[in-house]
Structure formats: C-alpha cells, structure tokens
Design a protein around this ligand. Structure first.
Ligand SMILES: C[S@@+](CC[C@H](N)C(=O)[O-])C[C@H]1O[C@@H](n2cnc3c(N)ncnc32)[C@H](O)[C@@H]1O
Length: 283
C-alpha cells in the first residue's frame, strides 16, 4: 500500500530559513506541508529519538509513559487477535509492541519516509513488518467497522486542520464499543514558548487563540503546520463524532528522567503538563 513515488512537492527552502507566522491554513495546505516536512525530517527524527522510542516499545509521550505500565488501551488480554489501527505511526514502534502482545496492527502514516524507517527497523530485527498504509488520517482508506481499537502517539492529530473530521473517520472505521486513545501536546503549552528552559515557563500567547502555527517559505507556502484545540474543543469534537471520553491522562515528569525532547524538559515538566492523553470509547 506504500506509494513508492518520491514526493514531488518538497519545498526547496531549508527549514531553518522558514518564517514562523500565525495564520489560517486549510486541510489541503496542512496535509501537503505535513507530508513533505515529515518526509524531509524523518531521518533526523529517528536518529534523534529512535533510542528513546525503542524499536518495539509503546511510549505515549516524552514523559516516557509506557503502555506496558499505563494500560490505557484496556484489558491487555483483549489485545490478542485485536485488529488495531495506529494513526501517525512513524516508524511503527508502537505497532511492533502491539504485535508482540498478539494484536494485528496496521501502521498508517502520511509520510513515505517514515514508513521506510518502519521497514528498515523490521529488516534489521528480521521481523515481519505489519501492514503499512500511507494515507491522511482525515480520509481513512478502510471500510466501516474494520478495527477493534485505534491509537496514536502524537501522530496526525496535532497537524490536521480538520480534526473534527479525523475523529469522525476514526469513529467510522471502529466497531461499536472500541477504544480510541491518542496523545497530543497538552493544549496549555500553546500559550508558552516551545523552549525547554525558563523562557518556556512564561505564557506569551493566548491559550484561546486557535490561529494555526505555520512555518512558510519565501513564497508564503506552508512548510510546517500545527493546529491548536483547547481542552473543551477536543471534548466537543469527540462527543460530536460519537465518542465517550472515559479518561484524560496528564503524565507527570518522572523522577530520574533527564532527557529533553524539544520543548519538553525536566524543568518545564515540574511546572506544567506537556502531554494530554485522551481515552475514549466509541458509542
Ligand atoms: C511526532 S511524529 C509521531 C510518530 C510516532 N507516533 C512516534 O511516536 O514516534 C508525527 C507523525 O504523524 C504523521 N502525520 C502527520 N500528519 C498526518 C496526517 N494528516 N495523517 C497521517 N499521519 C500524519 C507524521 O508523518 C509523523 O510520522
């Protein structure tokens, strides 16, 4: 299912030269920007974070909360034989962990290069690669009721313009009673500079301003986009799509974790939440 043609819309502007602005960015522009940004940055992402992520570990966030401990996906024995959709899977580390529990994962991502990393890891480990699907999470290429569970660790949700549609799509492909569990940057972080040091502890923007964060090239074309929803927005989107929110997990920074991940650091982790994990059940 992987589109083997290399993306032809990779902007020539290096990311360092991009200009950061706040402006509207629709679905098509956001999707195009995300696909080419993650294609360009997949190698660096895996090099920088691959060790922390592990090849077959399911970690929800830079705070290092592991599914093996947190059990947010529900009864571990129910994973055996379950058809699981991982959204924004990157190099499919979580899908590998799920397969080790006896589940039948499908790893979906927008980025061809990210999925190539999934293949690379499986080749290195001499493992069978789970089905890899290159697609946008807002237009899922699956029949209604195809999955028993859906999950996402920081994949797709922060980058999609129309997350109400994404939630409806996930609802459509799940069977009734299934869980949908996803982690995102905690919405409160939107108000703070994305810096790991003390400058990241002073609110400089409005939590209520939903205008997207956009990095654009010299022609004004978006090369990276992030979309913000307040906690209330997320709850309303989930309810409107037909999900029941059963938990909202805000992992605390654990004692002894010294590593930083972009704007996530022990210093900031002691003061403000960095991750929100929504645990939902499809009606
Ligand atoms: C921060 S990475 C997380 C990857 C992986 N879950 C992990 O924990 O390493 C975000 C991933 O979401 C993917 N992504 C971004 N927008 C997407 C979309 N609209 N549909 C599907 N995947 C998307 C990116 O290609 C990238 O692999």
């Amino acid at each position: 299912m992987i589109d083997d043609t290399p993306p032809d819309d990779i902007p020539s502007t290096p990311d360092d030269d991009a200009e950061a602005v706040r402006r509207e960015a629709g679905e098509a522009e956001s999707s195009r920007a995300s696909r080419s940004w993650w294609d360009r940055n997949a190698d660096e992402y895996q090099l920088e974070h691959g060790e922390f992520l592990g090849d077959a570990r399911f970690t929800w966030c830079p705070e290092g909360l592991d599914e093996a401990d947190a059990r947010l996906l529900g009864d571990p024995s129910a994973l055996r034989g379950a058809r699981v959709l991982e959204i924004g899977a990157g190099a499919a580390q979580c899908s590998r962990w799920l397969a080790d529990q006896g589940a039948l994962p499908v790893a979906l991502d927008l980025s061809y290069r990210m999925l190539q990393h999934a293949r690379r890891i499986d080749e290195q480990l001499d493992r069978v690669t789970p089905p890899l699907v290159q697609a946008d999470a807002t237009v899922l290429p699956f029949a209604d009721g195809s999955f028993d569970l859906a999950c996402s660790a920081y994949g797709a949700v922060p980058f999609a313009a129309d997350t109400a549609r994404l939630m409806r799509e996930v609802h459509r492909v799940l069977k009734p009673g299934s869980r949908w569990v996803f982690s995102v940057t905690h919405p409160i972080r939107w108000a703070f500079p994305d810096e790991p040091g003390v400058e990241g502890l002073t609110a400089t923007a409005s939590y209520f301003d939903r205008t997207p964060y956009v990095e654009q090239d010299e022609t004004g074309r978006a090369v990276y986009v992030e979309h913000h929803r307040t906690l209330g927005d997320r709850v309303r989107e989930l309810a409107a799509a037909g999900f029941r929110l059963v938990d909202l997990v805000e992992p605390e920074w654990p004692e002894g974790l010294d590593s930083e991940w972009g704007g996530w650091s022990p210093l900031r982790g002691r003061h403000i939440p960095g991750t929100a994990i929504f645990v939902c059940v499809r009606d």
